[in-house]
Ligand binder design. Sequence first.
Ligand SMILES: [Ca+2]
Length: 364
Amino acid sequence: MIFSHRILLFIFLGFFLGCSDTSEADKAGLIDEIRDADQKASRVIGVVNNQKYVIGDTLVMSFKSPDSLTISSVGIIFNRDSMTSSGEDLIIYTHGSPTGHQNIAVSIELGDKIERHILSIEFLSDIIPTEYTYRRTAWFTHDPDAFTQGLFFYNGFLYESTGRRSQSTLRKVELSSGKVLEKAYMPDNIFAEGATQWKDQIIQLTYTSQQGFVYALDGFEQLKTFNYSTETREGWGITTMDSLLVLSDGSETLYFLDPESFTEVNRIKVYDHDGAVKNINELEFIEGIIYANIWQTDDIITIDPVSGKVLTRIDLKYLMNANWNRPTGFLNGIAYDLTSKRLFITGKLWPRLYEIQLVEKQSS
Ligand SMILES: [Ca+2]
């Protein structure tokens, strides 16, 4: 087969971009070459495989080969961009990189062959989260038997999803009294998780069933069920971001789903300056930002929904008595009244639900 260098590079780039133009045989050949990394004559210098970098770092990549083999061209793909050189260093600016693990695919042409290298690097956030604490502005009665898994506020009422098998419910709650106005019971084998509103519906997740439930917002008639899949095979939190659903699964991943078809349209990895932030649980989308509780902590973080970067960390220690009903009584409910801009927080089995304001911590 005779290919021009440009076509070979194109095939290579297409492979890493998931281009369907590359035949299965071509793909198999490329995979064999990648497995054969130790046999390569060429080397990539300046960017280290499996290394952590910070978004914004400038990566300078050099390419070496034995004296007998001259490098005639280099192509790389990173973050859906491609760059080429005729063997000189390539400079990669990473400001636009997503957080988390990213691959840099390198194609080096030397002699009559092309060698391919893949460098897997991990990007930490370039933002140190601003630290906040809180001020209680009001409190309300909360059912101490409600194992809160999801919470949102809509049209003057709280809606709450409670978990545990044989005890899972969906509730409409009067804020001022904590009185449960409507309640739907889940099948005994279901452990309910987060819930959110979409148009005139409520969408509720389940812990391990990989099945969601859709109810009429008014009256809680069950309209349908749907299936979803996550990396952990679990469903944790859910919120509505404009015309998308956002799901958590207990890891650092947030999934964005179409609310009609429930197909995944995007996902991000939540990172701060130290690394991946796991155990992301209850969610609330508030004025452009995702708020998320970190399971088994008193912390809520706010997340940029585009980059996955943690913007702030809110320390809610002592909001409820720190020893309240441990080991299970963790903070786990975030709801927002968009009309009066009130932020509500409660937890599993908490007897109270709090309205709070956020207060930036003073640096010492
Ligand atoms: Ca919520």
